[in-house]
Every structure is written in structure tokens, then in C-alpha cells.
Ligand binder design. Structure first.
Ligand SMILES: *Cc1c(COP(=O)(O)O)cnc(C)c1O
Length: 369
């Protein structure tokens, strides 16, 4: 073995859903939007002076998009951080805010990138089991103010020493939503650390943690253009938080790479924010298909968790998750299966078009015939 072998970094990377390059498959495995973005997005890119856009470095401050987002969410520019997809935003947030010796906490079943970043950056972490067969997140597991005046404790009375909190809300891959009131309970129990709420799917849910921002300077809300805005290929995500935290994120991000957002992506994102009507209409389309999908899966004896997202998490009662995954794949339908304890009988199925879902139901019937 060569000497330098000792110094090579060994990491276990996140495994993304497959991106089959054939156009002939039905792809319900990465929660992409089945509809394209607003036609205004494509128009905006076509009307750019592309020669100049390609020749020059893009705006490192993403000024135009930061202004557009501030206006859209009714806040000030110094509350907004823009990154290359929300994975980039989350990775930056982990680097920026989790520098304590105490473990950060997140659920045992959640976005599987969180433990990957924690290990990569040497952040100690603890996974808190979701409660029961319903996979519920109980705020009390993240600490609460002890009524006897012993500060913030867990149920056994031990002092809570979280180094930070990360919650995907709605959660992935379960699709289950925590109310804003419950998010606030977690914030109340964790006043001394940063609480990240990953709202990748919130546009398909009933409420956001946004209204809590003025009251909690330690709250960071992370969002993406990849799902509801149908722009996964453009790699745009953002965070909304107090100016103090946004400054730190910008300093950390600029210490890695000054130019992460391409000129075309920034222009596309701004245009997307300017077509609210189209945006709402496509969300309604997905919600309608989601309701139908839940019904059709239940008819076929699936256990379906309540979804506040553009996917459903469902387990067949008549076969294993893995066998069904294989059967669908043989029929060119890709869904996501996680070989992980507690959830290995479930499939995460992205809501596609009605036509795609009809093909899915037909394939299930064929497999279960
Ligand atoms: C899809 C997803 C992301 C990342 O999306 P980007 O494409 O990097 O913006 C982040 N968190 C969760 C929970 C997701 O499902």
C-alpha cells in the first residue's frame, strides 16, 4: 500500500435516486415535478444575451434573485441566502451553525443526506426515533421546558444538550407534516442552538414555519426550486433567516466557491417567481392527482401514510416493498425503495401526471394478478 493511502478521505456518500437516461421509463423516484416550469421561465432564458452570460462570471451575490425572493416573501434582502440547490444551502448551514461538541439531532427516518453531511464535517449527531407505526415526530423528544423549573429537559428529567436541530417539514420520505405550533415547541425547547427547518415540500402542505421567523432569531428555513417550481435541473435553493445567520452563511459559502449559481439559473428562478398563477395551478394539479393516488393505492390494499408532499409513502400488504419495487422496475416504472429498518416495506412514489399514475396502477394490478 502506498503511503498516501493513509491520508485519503473515506466517506460514505448520499445515494441519490437513479436518473435513467432513457426517455421511455416512468420516473417516480426523485420527486421531480411532472410538469415543466412556467413558459415564462424558458422565455426568460431565451431572451438572455447568452454570449455575455456565458463569457462573464455570474453575480456572486445573486442580487436579482435575492431581491425577487425578498419581495415574494415580504421580507428584506438581508434575510435571504441563495445556493446551488437546497442541498448546497443545507450543507452550508451545517458548516455554518453546527460547531458545538454536543450532538445535533434529527429523526431516525428523514432525509438521508443529514447524517452524510454530519459525518463529512465531523459533527456529532443523534437520531431520534419517530414515534410508532405512524412515524410521528413528537416535539417533546427534542426537549421541553420542565414545569418544575429545572430548565430544558427530556422526559426522564435529563438536561437537554442538543448541538442543533434539523427537521424536514413535511418530512421525507414519510410525507408527514408537523404543525407550525409543534415546530414552535421545538424552537422554545432549543433557544441556544440553530434550528433548521427543511421545507423542500412545503408548497404541497397547509402551513409553513415562515411566520415564526420574526420571533426566533435561531430559526433557519430552507427551500428549493427543485420540486414545486419544477427546476431540479437548474439547481436553485435558498434559506430565509435572521440577517446575523445569513451573513455567516454567506461568509462560509464564499470561503468555498464564489460562483455557485449560473447566470441562466438565476434568471430562470426570477422568472418562475413572476408567474404565480401557473405555479398555483400546477400545485393544484399535483394535489388532485395525489388524492386520487391515495385512493387507488388503498383500494389495492396499500398502507398509505398521510401525505403533505408531492409523493406518497405506501406499503403493500400483499408483498414486500423490495419485490414490488423490482416488479415495477421490470415494467420500466421507477419508484424509490429504502433498505432500512422500519421502512423497508414502503415505497416512496412521486406524484406524476394522471396518465403516469394510471400506468402505475395497471402495473400494480399486473403484478398482483
Ligand atoms: C429534494 C430535497 C432536497 C434537495 O433538493 P435540491 O434539489 O438540492 O434543492 C432537500 N431536502 C429534502 C427533504 C428534499 O427532499
Amino acid at each position: 500500500m502506498r503511503k498516501w493511502e493513509d491520508n485519503l478521505r473515506r466517506v460514505e456518500p448520499y445515494i441519490p435516486g437513479e436518473q435513467p437516461q432513457s426517455q421511455d421509463v416512468i420516473k417516480l423516484n426523485t420527486n421531480e415535478n411532472p410538469y415543466p416550469p412556467s413558459p415564462k421561465v424558458e422565455e426568460a432564458i431565451r431572451s438572455m444575451d447568452l454570449g455575455t452570460a456565458m463569457r462573464k462570471y455570474p453575480d456572486p451575490e445573486s442580487g436579482k434573485l435575492v431581491r425577487a425572493l425578498a419581495e415574494y416573501y415580504g421580507t428584506d434582502r438581508d434575510h435571504i441566502f441563495v445556493g446551488m440547490g437546497s442541498d448546497d444551502v443545507l450543507a452550508t448551514a451545517f458548516m455554518s451553525f453546527f460547531n458545538s461538541d454536543n450532538p445535533i439531532v434529527f429523526p431516525d427516518i428523514t432525509y438521508s443526506f443529514y447524517p452524510v453531511w454530519a459525518k463529512l464535517y465531523g459533527i456529532p449527531y443523534k437520531e431520534i426515533p419517530l414515534y410508532g407505526d405512524g412515524f410521528l415526530l413528537r416535539p417533546i423528544d427534542y426537549g421541553y421546558i420542565d414545569p418544575d423549573g429545572d430548565g430544558i429537559t427530556d422526559e426522564s428529567g435529563e438536561a437537554v444538550t442538543n448541538g442543533g436541530v434539523v427537521i424536514a417539514n413535511p418530512n421525507a420520505p414519510t410525507g408527514i407534516m408537523l404543525s407550525r405550533k409543534d415546530i414552535e415547541k421545538i424552537l422554545i425547547a432549543n433557544p441556544d442552538v440553530i434550528v433548521i427547518v427543511d421545507e423542500a415540500y412545503v408548497d404541497y402542505a397547509d402551513e409553513s414555519a415562515l411566520p415564526l421567523l420574526p420571533d426566533y432569531e435561531n430559526l433557519v428555513i430552507v427551500r428549493t426550486f427543485s420540486k414545486s417550481r419544477a427546476m431540479a435541473g437548474m439547481r436553485i435553493g435558498f434559506a430565509i433567516a435572521s440577517p446575523r445567520l445569513i451573513r455567516v452563511m454567506n461568509d462560509v459559502a464564499q470561503s468555498v466557491n464564489s460562483y455557485t449559481k449560473s447566470a441562466t439559473s438565476l434568471e430562470a428562478a426570477v422568472a418562475s417567481l413572476q408567474d404565480e398563477e401557473y405555479f398555483r395551478a400546477r400545485i393544484d394539479d399535483v394535489l388532485r392527482t395525489r388524492a386520487r393516488t391515495v385512493m387507488e393505492l388503498k383500494k389495492r390494499s396499500f398502507n398509505v401514510l398521510p401525505s403533505s408532499t408531492n409523493f406518497v409513502f405506501a406499503a403493500p400488504t400483499w408483498t414486500t416493498g423490495e419485490d414490488l419495487y423490482d416488479g415495477l422496475r421490470e415494467r420500466d416504472i421507477y419508484v424509490r425503495h429504502f433498505s432500512k429498518e422500519r421502512i423497508n416495506n414502503y415505497l416512496r412514489i412521486t406524484i406524476g401526471t394522471d396518465e403516469q399514475m394510471n400506468d402505475l396502477f395497471a402495473a400494480i394490478d399486473d403484478i398482483h394478478a
